[in-house]
Design a protein around this ligand. Structure first.
Ligand code: CAA
Length: 257
């Protein structure tokens, strides 16, 4: 399907979504978010796809919500219509989504990256929640996911001053899992996604669920759920194959069942 604001491709078992509004530095318009949600749903329903990469351009992953589109909205319009209520499609994906971030990831752009499961940054990446400079605050996880990812001190710093954080600081703070040369960003992200897509799908989805649970429940509940999922995976053919392959010193051939 052709989209207006994104380019969608598949690379073997990996789905690739590129944000594509270059004139607005990939600002998140309602149309762009709808396109991303739709493309993700299609990948979710496609059994041939095991992981998704979400990326932008070399200059911008996304420079935030589209300020020109929202500047004249009133409180009732935002609140009653839940203006950004559908923006968490990335966070709802069950398959792993990897953000490949080059250039600006600001406001809603940083929030989009944080909804992904792994953030890989190019050396030129810049992260921030500059909403305060517009007279508002983050609306799509910038105060909540960022605080969970990097702690209160830096989150307060970023959200209250609007300053940007470079890739090195983002990696040290724990927002980003790796920093790579800008020219290699997409290749590296696709490699990580392909490595995930090769694993047993039930194990991958349960691993993702279990890690996410760490941010939503108590340690005792999280440990209980983790152990239950570990035991559950012994009901899969892939567990038998994975462990047999180890014992036989060969690569496993997972069938996702
Ligand atoms: N919305 C709409 N248009 C945007 C945009 C945005 N968030 N960010 C950039 N653009 C547009 C610019 O208006 C400009 O368009 P024109 O050529 O038509 O004037 C074009 O993209 C290029 O931008 P700049 O000329 O500003 O490029 P620059 O290199 O000088 O600066 C920048 C880059 C620092 C990212 C700057 O564009 C900027 O500060 N953008 C806004 C960042 C921001 O405040 N994001 C938060 C938005 S609010 C939000 O996201 C709410 C939420 O939590 C849900």
């Amino acid at each position: 399907m052709a989209y207006e604001n994104i380019i969608v491709e598949t690379r073997d078992e990996v789905g690739l979504i590129r944000l594509n509004r270059p004139a607005a530095l990939n600002a998140l318009s309602a149309g762009l978010v709808a396109d991303v949600n739709h493309a993700l749903e299609v990948f979710e329903g496609n059994n041939a796809i095991g992981a998704v990469v979400l990326t932008g351009s070399d200059k911008a992953f996304a420079a935030g919500a589209d300020i020109k589109e929202m500047k004249d909205l009133s409180f009732p319009e935002t609140y009653l219509e839940d203006f950004i209520g559908s923006w968490d499609g990335v966070a709802r994906a069950r398959k792993p989504v990897i953000a490949a971030v080059a250039g600006y990831a600001l406001g809603g752009g940083c929030e989009f990256a944080m909804m992904c499961d792994i953030v890989i940054a190019a050396e030129n990446a810049k992260f921030g929640q500059p909403e305060i400079t517009l007279g508002v605050i983050p609306g799509s996880g910038g105060t909540q996911r960022l605080a969970r990812a990097i702690g209160k001190a830096k989150t307060m710093d970023l959200c209250l001053t609007g300053r940007l954080m470079d890739a090195g600081e983002a990696e040290r703070a724990g927002l980003v899992s790796r920093v790579v040369p800008t020219a290699n960003l997409l290749d590296e992200a696709l490699k990580v996604a392909a490595q995930i897509a090769r694993q047993s799908r039930p194990a991958v989805l349960l691993a993702k669920e279990a890690v996410n649970l760490a941010f939503e429940t108590s340690l005792a509940e999280g440990l209980k759920a983790e152990r239950r999922s570990f035991y559950t995976l012994f009901a899969t053919e892939d567990q038998k194959e994975g462990m047999a392959a180890f014992a036989e010193k060969r690569r496993p051939r997972f069938k996702n069942r």
